[in-house]
Design a binder for this molecule. Structure first.
Ligand SMILES: [Zn+2]
Ligand SMILES: [Zn+2]
Length: 396
């Protein structure tokens, strides 16, 4: 693997920053300390700092030469409302909050790249270093775009990177087209008429109707959509009733839908409304459906995905780039940036948990697990990748 020597030299300093961020996790739109840290470091390295986009977002701008091309590199900064189970020295000091998705590491890798780029300026054009808030459900990327991100800091292409447990350290993965799914949530309220449980004929039982609807919804996945279109439809909450001898007035069924394509989401929503409303009607009840599309699918531009794969291949060898990686049905708000600007999302292998022998507590585990920890081995790898991407995109 070809790492940049200078980045390897200052890795310990960036690792200390990563562990400090890990110890002080902040939730969506509350990343004040993190945002201050990022802004101070960037400014200290001579980078132009812009704050306030999306609330706590930070954009660092580096210009060099007379080139008019520009590239955006994005890291996310927020943590999750999870109580950390790790006992190591840099474990969370904030009760009930934790960097369980590795955004502390994403921020650190981009800071490492920023420091090197500021020192050496090995490019001709503009680098926009985008540190965004609220990736975990808060749509911080969209908020930054609404606040004028791409008008104020135009980018010819934008790239995002996420650590991925299960992919080996020293490997990268991306894909042309959809990389992660859209995130959608639904809530179906079935209204019937309450009654004594011994006299169901005097009421309309919303629990019975709700269960018919719940069964019917899975028929959308198996019967209505094309077999080759990936869809997950999960009912994750059913709420009704307070007593075993009372038929309640209403039942609420909620869950999530993931797809890789908005036209498939359209179909799921339309069929969900039909099944809920017509099933309810058939039994003398009514159903109200709320369907909320909170994140679109993350869709890579094929040319930019190929570019990122080639840059990674030069660095770690072509065999270590999974350039046609299977999409994840998780979701990611970098999708909004890719709707506004061509670009690509890349996974960087976080390994199998072996790094945990070196004072990281238990492992291995997946993202959003209370025992997760970002693998610090990735700091020089990710930072070098960002730098190589810039050098090639903005070649002199
Ligand atoms: Zn996450
Ligand atoms: Zn994440």
């Amino acid at each position: 693997m070809n790492l940049i020597d200078r980045i390897v030299q200052f890795r310990a300093e960036i690792q200390a920053i990563r562990r400090d961020l890990h110890a002080h996790p902040e939730l969506a739109y509350e990343e004040h300390r993190t945002s201050d840290t990022v802004a101070q470091l960037l400014a200290g390295w001579g980078i132009d700092v812009h704050r306030g986009l999306g609330g706590t977002g930070v954009v660092g701008v580096l210009r060099n030469g007379s080139g008019r091309r520009s590239i955006g590199l994005r890291a996310d900064m927020d943590a999750l409302p999870i109580a950390e189970a790790n006992g190591f020295g840099h474990a969370s000091k904030h009760a009930g909050r934790m960097h369980a998705c590795g955004h502390d590491g994403h921020t650190a890798m981009l800071l490492g790249a920023a420091r090197y780029l500021a020192e050496t300026r090995p490019f001709d054009g503009t680098v926009n270093l985008i540190f965004q808030p609220a990736e975990e459900g808060g749509a911080g990327a969209r908020k930054m775009i609404d606040d004028g991100l791409f008008e104020r800091f135009p980018c010819d292409a934008v790239f995002g990177m996420h650590n991925w447990p299960g992919i080996r350290v020293g490997q990268f993965a991306t894909t042309p087209g959809p990389m992660m799914a859209s995130g959608n949530r639904f809530e179906i309220t079935v209204t019937g008429r309450g009654a004594h449980a011994a006299m169901p004929h005097l009421g309309v039982d919303p629990v019975f109707v709700g269960l018919q609807i719940a069964q019917g919804l899975q028929g959308i996945v198996t019967r209505s959509k094309k077999p080759l279109d990936p869809v997950v439809l999960s009912i994750t909450m059913i709420r009704a009733g307070d007593a075993i001898n009372v038929i309640p007035d209403a039942a609420v069924i909620s869950g999530g839908v993931r797809t890789l394509d908005a036209t498939v989401t359209d179909l799921i929503e339309e069929r969900m409304r039909q099944i809920a409303q017509l099933t309810a009607e058939a039994h003398g009840a009514s159903a109200n459906v709320i369907f909320d599309r909170y994140y679109p699918a993350t869709v890579n531009d094929p040319a930019q995905a190929a570019f990122a794969a080639a840059v990674a291949g030069d660095m770690v060898g072509r065999d270590n780039v999974l350039a046609d990686y299977e999409p994840s049905m998780g979701s990611e708000d970098f999708s909004y940036m890719l709707q506004a600007c061509p670009g690509a999302y890349v996974f960087i292998g976080n390994g199998d948990g072996a790094h945990r022998l070196a004072g990281h507590g238990e492992g291995p585990c997946m993202l959003h697990n209370p025992s997760f920890d970002f693998n610090d081995e990735l700091i020089p790898i990710g930072a070098t990748f960002w730098v190589r991407l810039v050098e090639k995109f903005l070649a002199r």
